[in-house]
Design a protein around this ligand. Structure first.
Ligand code: HEM
Ligand code: HEM
Length: 459
């Protein structure tokens, strides 16, 4: 039996926090995608789980979304960043134990939140469904992480703050505010205000948890990995800082583009659409920086599965952020809003961009953190292909399904009449989803085997 004493000692070892966050992220990836698959089966065959209350779509959907959001993407991004930050600051993490405790609390939060959702306990606002006690645990987690990260920055040996450090610190500070305000934590019972004001707040939160937490952490990882893998200096540190400040300037208030059909003030709609296009600036700074740093060396990405995952993540980022501004136009939303088109965008964004970068970062960092080689590199490659092909399938199927819905509604068809024409796409989505689920379990197996049987590294 492992004693408490040895657990405490292990939690003080260098990179133990990064390891905990990354490994737990891969467990939640497997769990979360299974629930995604159950939701997809429901949409293809609605009567399949008809008599099982805890498998109803209304419970399975938020469980899938929150598990992949918080349990997988956010946890894995944080894990990789807990390795990167000390490296770019040339300093040890201020407190490994604090990072481990934060990780344990966060995992408990996801577990309790998921069980509550299965039992039908929800606050029913998108990405904020977890009940109040879970919100408290999440806030404690981010308070601990922020303190730990800020203290590490203050005690750094390297005086120049590299771009990755800017993005990591920014993500932590912003999230402490965004999470509390977005979850309306001063109303513990409902987690909501009332009326249109609450809708505006809900989308301020919904988009900022994507744009001010996941995006900057993913960008921080790309900024660290690309120069290291290509062995080339970063193309421009200045561009990186411009990208950081313009992300904050343009992203924080574009949530209104989710509410173009709702009676929110017209000026707020205009601001959100204009700034959706202005988002091209921070996005371009990231992509120009990564791709110019890599120019002439693209072959190195294809030779290393971790690097490949990360690099393809930047390509998905470009696609997401070309699609994003276009679909924030009211004229485009007449066809794309409230249908599967948006679900397609959501998957290429959260899995393709942030998820791929999280996975690439994790596989790149894991050997340094565990001092063991990845158990089977070919399994990483297999996971990459399963995820990529599954996701491409999702993108095509859901985009076509969305266009069928949107065009049909414009022509006056009812929601009900269009459902039969969606069936083939829903069945295909189950098949693409199966590929992603399989890839997630292969990844989990590979990671567990790396921890147990990975060959020791010499560095
Ligand atoms: C230039 C940047 C982006 C713009 C302008 C943009 C725009 C939009 C718009 C207008 C919608 C709502 C569409 C509708 O309801 O009709 C949307 C939805 C969404 N976006 Fe983006 N997007 C951008 C980047 C991203 C990124 C980087 C992520 C993830 C990291 C992301 C994740 C999502 C998700 C998950 C949804 C679905 C929200 C829901 O549940 O309705 N987007 N985006
Ligand atoms: C790690 C991988 C995944 C991530 C990050 C992810 C993320 C998301 C997100 C952000 C949403 C909310 C979309 C929105 O409201 O606009 C969503 C919904 C959904 N996802 Fe996933 N997902 C993943 C994998 C899967 C898999 C493998 C399946 C299985 C087929 C799946 C099936 C679904 C379904 C059925 C919905 C609800 C769609 C609806 O309401 O019409 N997802 N997912």
């Amino acid at each position: 039996m492992i004693s408490l004493h040895s657990l405490i000692n292990q939690s003080k070892q260098e990179y133990s926090a990064a390891k905990l966050w990354m490994v737990s992220g891969s467990v939640w990836l497997a769990v979360g995608t299974v629930f995604g698959l159950l939701g997809a089966i429901h949409l293809a065959a609605p009567d399949y789980f008809a008599n099982v209350p805890w498998l109803q779509f209304g419970r399975v959907r938020p469980l899938h979304v929150n598990t992949v959001f918080f349990g997988f993407v956010i946890a894995m991004l944080i894990g990789v960043c807990l390795y990167i930050l000390p490296r770019v600051l040339n300093t040890r993490l201020y407190s490994e134990s604090m990072g481990v405790i934060a990780g344990v609390i966060f995992n408990a939060a996801v577990l309790i939140g998921d069980i509550a959702l299965l039992a039908g306990q929800t606050q029913a606002r998108e990405y904020a469904e977890y009940i109040f006690p879970v919100d408290v645990l999440v806030v404690i987690t981010f308070a601990l992480l922020t303190y730990n990260i800020v203290m590490t920055v203050l005690r750094r040996q390297e005086k120049i703050l590299y771009v990755s450090a800017w993005y990591i610190v920014g993500a932590m500070l912003w999230t402490c505010v965004v999470y509390v305000v977005g979850n309306v934590m001063w109303h513990p019972r409902t987690g909501a205000e009332t009326g249109i004001g609450d809708a505006i707040n809900a989308w301020y939160y919904g988009h900022d948890v994507l744009g001010l937490l996941m995006t900057p952490l993913a960008v921080a990882i790309a900024y660290y990995m690309v120069p290291r893998i290509t062995r080339a200096p970063l193309y421009s540190q200045l561009l990186g800082i411009i990208g950081f400040w313009s992300l904050l300037a343009f992203y924080a208030h574009i949530g209104g583009h989710h509410l173009l059909q709702a009676p929110i003030p017209t000026w707020l709609k205009s601001v959100s659409v204009i700034d959706s296009f202005a988002m091209m600036i921070p996005v371009a700074t990231v992509l120009i920086n990564q791709w110019y740093t890599s120019r002439g060396r693209f072959d190195v990405f294809m030779a290393n599965p971790a690097a490949k995952l990360m690099f393809v993540g930047t390509i998905w980022y470009a696609i997401v952020c070309i699609q994003g501004p276009l679909q924030s136009l009211a004229s485009v939303q007449r066809v794309t809003h409230f249908n599967n088109w948006v679900i397609g965008h959501a998957h290429i964004a959260v899995l393709g961009f942030t998820g791929f970068i999280a996975l690439g970062g994790m596989y790149y960092v894991l050997p340094y953190v565990t001092r063991r080689k990845i158990y089977r590199e070919e399994y990483v490659n297999l996971q990459y292909w399963l995820l990529l092909l599954g996701l491409l399938g999702f993108f095509v199927e859901l985009t076509i399904a969305g266009l069928i819905q949107g065009q049909g509604w414009l022509e006056g068809e009812t929601v009900y009449q269009i459902l039969p024409s969606l069936k083939p796409y829903m069945v295909l989505r189950v098949m693409s989803g199966l590929m992603i689920v399989t890839g997630s379990f292969i990844g989990l197996y590979n990671i567990i085997m790396t921890l147990l049987k990975g060959e020791p590294t010499t560095t």
